[in-house]
Design a binder for this molecule. Structure first.
Ligand code: GTP
Ligand code: MG
Length: 157
């Protein structure tokens, strides 16, 4: 299970292009291209009155390098997943806890409660060696004793 397979699980055919096209044409597209053309929504038709430039990503048409370039230019990134196709448990890993005094758990817990797909969260520091074995223990536990409602063991290889 390399990076390529994980990217497949999370990003392929989840509906990224359909979401953009549905926004633009106000109807669900029957035929959807691999990648939507870049468009700018003019300021006067957005609720907050800001022009919004939308850039789609297609793994089939673009290289990792192009993806990194777009990410570095972006003001916001939407990570899309398909709710009927969640095959792996998600663990939120807050790394670099050595750089802050306080814990981020207060902000994280409401997110955890809202998104039932997130199995667990852990704050850690690679630098301070804090919670690292816990992180990997949680990852193992999520596979061995899944609690997520959408986990489908029969779909596992
Ligand atoms: P890639 O660019 O190939 O990674 O895919 P994508 O993430 O852009 O997904 P795309 O928009 O091509 O949609 C993939 C499939 O999901 C298509 O068959 C869509 O018709 C379908 N689809 C997209 N959004 C929805 C949705 O909200 N509901 C349903 N039922 N199907 C959807
Ligand atoms: Mg697409």
């Amino acid at each position: 299970s390399g990076a390529g397979r994980e990217r497949q699980v999370f990003q392929s055919k989840v509906g990224k292009t359909s979401l953009i096209m549905s926004l633009v044409s106000e109807e669900f597209p029957d035929d959807v291209p691999l990648r939507a053309e870049e468009i700018t929504i003019p300021a006067d038709v957005t609720p907050e009155r800001v022009p919004t430039h939308i850039v789609d990503y297609s793994e089939a048409e673009q290289s990792d390098e192009q993806l990194y370039q777009e990410i570095s230019k972006a003001n916001v990134i939407c990570i899309v997943y398909s709710v009927n196709n969640k095959k792996v448990p998600l663990i939120l890993v807050g790394n670099k806890s050595d750089l802050v005094e306080h814990s981020s758990m207060e902000t994280i817990l409401p997110i955890m409660n809202q998104y039932s797909d997130i199995e667990t969260c852990v704050e850690c520091s690679a630098k301070n060696l804090k919670n690292i074995s816990e992180l990997f223990y949680y990852a193992q536990k999520a596979v061995l004793h899944p609690t997520g409602p959408l986990y489908c063991p029969e779909e596992k290889e």
